[in-house]
Design a protein around this ligand. Sequence first.
Ligand code: GTP
Ligand code: MG
Length: 335
Amino acid sequence: MLAFFKPRSDKSQPSDASQSPAPAEGTKTQERPKGLGARLKEGLARTRAQLGQRLSGLFSSHGRIDDDLYEELETILLSSDVGVDATQYLLDDLRKRVKREGLSDAAQLQGALQQSLLELLAPLEEPLSVGPQCPFVIMLVGVNGSGKTTTIGKLAKYFQSQGKSVLLAAGDTFRAAAREQLMAWGERNNVAVITQEGGDSAAVIFDAIQAARARGVDVVLADTAGRLPTQLHLMEEIKKVKRVINKADPSAPHEVLLVLDANTGQNGLAQVRSFDDALQVTGLVLTKLDGTAKGGVIAAIAKLRRIPVRFVGVGETMDDLRPFTAREFVEALFE
Ligand SMILES: Nc1nc2c(ncn2[C@@H]2O[C@H](COP(=O)(O)OP(=O)(O)OP(=O)(O)O)[C@@H](O)[C@H]2O)c(=O)[nH]1
Ligand SMILES: [Mg+2]
């Protein structure tokens, strides 16, 4: 039985900073502006402590560039989840830069390494742009608890702020709580959610696409149940979901987003491989960067497969999602 959840329109948004009293004149405040890169910088604090600050410390204390320095650099990169391949790449690239630019002081390496990292991450910067297809169908996949449903809530707001209409499909039919969780996000964003009691995932999303087409909705965000790549029957099921979406609209899905919890570090690489092999992932969302020191994993991902990182998640609220830009990320790592 198909249920169409229509949110109330009188829901007032809770506001945060706007209601705080302004600090008295001359009072120093620790509050940072929440716009632009500020949230990202805050969010990356732990990775910055693990990676950026250790590197800065190394470069500023070491004096001349020698083999010891490269060895310590390698240790820091490897212990920051950058991974073997990306670490090797960065060290080789750095040595070339040192030679080419005739660098001799360790202090000069910081800028050079930042440049190497920037060039490694730059190919991942390819923002998600909603095409002319109506509806533009985005399916979100990933392991249990990686942040799929939360990311849908954030994306609903993101697309609405671009003037697009959004419909959510409660394609996680494994857990009753999953449907409620998505409906809560629907209500917060004042967008409709298509659900089905006891239905299967593919059928719910199929219905959502038809409903969106009938209503002229721009974007369908399809939630799916979490699954491990080792659960082969569930990997087969998600492939079927994709095929059924394709039956509802031969050009869909227009985006297959793999949601990765940055905390999983190197295990995230196996997830990228498996989900990409199964579904041809078109974009990544790296979540929970705010709670982890393992943000260096993004370099490992860049070396593994060239799948764009569409967004990064730096918190649990609707505003904690940012389109990924390599420069902003690298700057937030070192500043
Ligand atoms: N700190 C932080 N927490 C996040 C972020 N994204 C999601 N979470 C939290 O991670 C937990 C799991 O998020 P969900 O969105 O339910 O994850 P899911 O992938 O839908 O989980 P399943 O449906 O069970 O597979 C929740 O407590 C979220 O609030 C993030 O960027 N930062
Ligand atoms: Mg979920």
